[in-house]
Design a protein around this ligand. Structure first.
Ligand code: ZN
Length: 385
């Protein structure tokens, strides 16, 4: 099994999403929960961006012991100095420096020539290395960069002392094949590429963030950057729970393991959703309210006989109590009897048909049927409860 590091950026990239900002106390609560979840690295903020971010990174770094805490820095001395001030007290200080390498970002955003960008990358990694034993270098918008130039930058960053090379799909543009091929190509063409850990960072603009992340793992990536519930800029980052659980459920394919304590996933997801005021769509993979809910009669009957018929993983694996049987017009007799028994109501075998007919009538007239609805239904049908 290959060991995959989970790098959580909920508190940095995630917090950049509109309406998701957090106060210090909320950031600390999330950081502690991420530590419980077993993430390897917590990117706690961008210390040079504001005094609040600086304080959050410093306080979290002083508090968290089981995960490495890091901060973001542009390729500028001031940014790296701010990271060092915030992180110098930690056991294994780590900084994340980045600069864009795609033609459009260099020309329109940075207004710099490729040679200048290369020079800034090298000088910054060298400068960071004077303080930090661990230096992650990110080539922003790597997936839209010229490959020959990217090779030059990555090679120079490694030579300057980078220990992790992150190649983000900053705008969620790459397809899984392209993204995986980019890592293969870079790893094959950069000298000393085996001395560093390669990292992915995927955005979900075309809904491909999870597929791209997993494709990069197949191409040798050993660090996944992600956020809880996939929060983040625009359509968000790859969701930690999706990448982490996919690696676990399909270890037969990926042959990779993380240090995640999967039972903490649901708790972490609920906390982030609540503190960021960011509701989770009901059909969201892994953590959506319907991810383990079954309404169709055939599905309910199957799941009651053996959950593996329609569930590729158990809800308890992510810390959820149980599968949810949602009664509605598609439900069958088996589910009605089971749900009634959950509510403490026994339906005698010879009465099942009668109750089922009456239940179907009710189900036709309303979308979903809550436990309270069912209890009143049985009362009305003179069932003893
Ligand atoms: Zn990002």
């Amino acid at each position: 099994m290959e060991r995959i590091e989970i790098y959580d950026t909920t508190l940095r990239d995630g917090e950049q999403s509109p309406g998701c900002s957090l106060n210090d106390e909320e950031k600390m609560r999330i950081a502690k929960q991420l530590e419980q979840l077993g993430v390897d690295v917590i990117e706690a903020g961008f210390p040079a961006s504001s005094p609040d971010d600086f304080k959050a990174v410093r306080d979290i770094a002083n508090e968290i012991k089981d995960s490495t805490v890091t901060g973001l820095a542009r390729c500028m001395k001031n940014d790296i100095d701010a990271c060092w001030e915030a992180l110098k007290g930690t056991e294994n200080p780590r900084v994340h420096v980045f600069i864009a390498t795609s033609p459009i970002h260099m020309a329109c955003k940075l207004k710099k020539k490729p040679e200048e960008v290369l020079e800034m990358a090298v000088q910054s990694v060298k400068y960071a290395k004077r303080f930090f034993p661990q230096v992650e270098f990110s080539a922003e918008d790597a997936s839209r960069s010229d490959m020959a130039f990217l090779i030059k930058v990555v090679e120079a960053a490694i030579k300057a002392g980078a220990t992790v090379i992150n190649l983000p799909d900053t705008v969620g543009y790459a397809t899984p094949k392209e993204y995986g091929d980019m890592f293969r190509y870079i790893r094959d063409h950069v000298s000393d590429s085996d001395r560093v850990c390669f990292s992915c960072h995927c955005h979900n603009d075309l809904g491909m963030a999870t597929a791209n992340t997993l494709a990069s793992v197949e191409a040798g990536v050993r660090q996944i950057e992600c956020t809880v519930n996939g929060v983040g800029e625009r359509a968000g980052n790859v969701a930690l729970e999706e990448a982490g659980v996919a690696l676990h459920v399909r270890k037969d394919v990926f042959h990779a393991a993380t240090r995640l304590n999967l039972k903490e996933i649901k708790r972490t997801s609920d906390m982030v959703s609540q503190l960021m005021h960011s509701p989770i769509q009901a059909n969201k993979a892994i953590v959506g309210a319907n991810a383990f809910a079954h309404e169709a009669g055939i599905h309910q009957d199957g799941v009651l006989k053996n959950p593996r018929t329609y569930e590729i993983m158990s809800p308890s694996m992510i810390g959820l109590d149980q599968t949810r049987l949602v009664l509605g017009k598609h439900s069958g007799r088996h589910a009605l009897v089971e749900k009634a028994s959950e509510l403490g109501i026994h339906i005698p075998d010879d009465a099942v048909n009668t109750y089922f007919q009456a239940f179907k009538k009710m189900a036709d007239s309303q979308k979903t049927i809550s436990d309270d609805d069912l209890i009143s239904f049985f009362r009305k049908e003179k069932m003893s409860i």
